[in-house]
Design a protein around this ligand. Structure first.
Ligand code: ADE
Length: 240
């Protein structure tokens, strides 16, 4: 998978050298390039923004500078990803969908955002996804791009060692929050690991974990039980 990021703050993306995604890059599973948008400016001050048409606060990023950058970075098979609080919600389903793509290009806006003609114009050539990582406003798209790249990158084939861990985790294929997890010591500050987990009875453990995942989801995220693709089994319903 190839990922390009265009930003005026390339240093923000340095965290992608670390951890699982950093290792995936070293192993050649993810090819990541971060580009400084100012490299495509042509004036002395390397200007990337201007005042909003129609007035109002803040600055808007210029379409001509973005056009120069994206004409160079976007290939015909790429998906253009634009982080914006006005975008569709970025969730595990979108991450799974994007993990199947060959080439992702992130266009990170700052200030009041990027001139709307950029997404509109490239939408005639490639798939464009304007996405939001949640109902709050960040200062720019870089942190949202980091979030998306980590969520998508770990789903790329070979990045996570044991693909089974992708099924049981919260928002994984089970469509539930993950059950609580424990490790040694067995007793800590007067609290013990639930006995069933030490029993060695794998069928019982599976049952207990399923029940915990269901109860947790019902308490914390009832919306996930309502919006499920597959209805719950009778056994699951009885658990609740
Ligand atoms: N840019 C600013 N806020 C954002 C958000 N919540 N999601 C994605 N991009 C953003």
């Amino acid at each position: 998978m190839k990922i390009d990021v265009v930003t005026i703050f390339p240093d923000y993306l340095a965290a992608l050298d670390l951890s699982l995604i950093g290792k995936a890059r070293q192993r050649g599973l993810i090819e990541l390039a971060v580009h400084d948008l100012r490299g495509w400016t042509s004036d002395k001050h390397r200007t990337v923004d201007d005042t909003p048409a129609g007035g109002g606060a803040g600055m808007v990023m210029r379409p001509d500078v973005w056009g120069q950058a994206l004409d160079e970075v976007l290939t015909d098979d790429a998906v253009l990803l634009v982080p914006t609080p006005a975008g569709e919600v970025f969730d595990q389903r979108l991450a799974e969908d994007l993990a199947r793509e060959n080439h992702l290009v992130f266009a990170c806006g700052r200030y009041e955002g990027i001139d709307a003609r950029v997404a509109q114009s490239y939408g005639q050539r490639v798939r464009v996804v304007e996405f939001s990582i949640g109902d709050y406003v960040l200062n720019g798209g870089e942190v949202a791009a980091l979030v998306a790249i980590e969520a998508i990158g770990r789903l790329a084939p070979g990045v996570v060692g044991n693909p089974e861990s992708l099924v049981e985790e919260s928002h994984g294929a089970a469509g539930l929050l993950e059950y609580p997890v424990y490790t040694r010591p067995v007793s800590w500050r007067g609290e013990d690991i639930p006995e069933v987990l030490l029993s060695g009875d794998h069928a019982k453990i599976r049952q207990w974990r399923r029940a915990q995942a269901l109860l947790r989801t019902a308490q914390r995220r009832p919306d996930m039980l309502i919006e499920r693709d597959e209805p719950l089994s009778m056994a699951d319903r009885l658990t609740l």
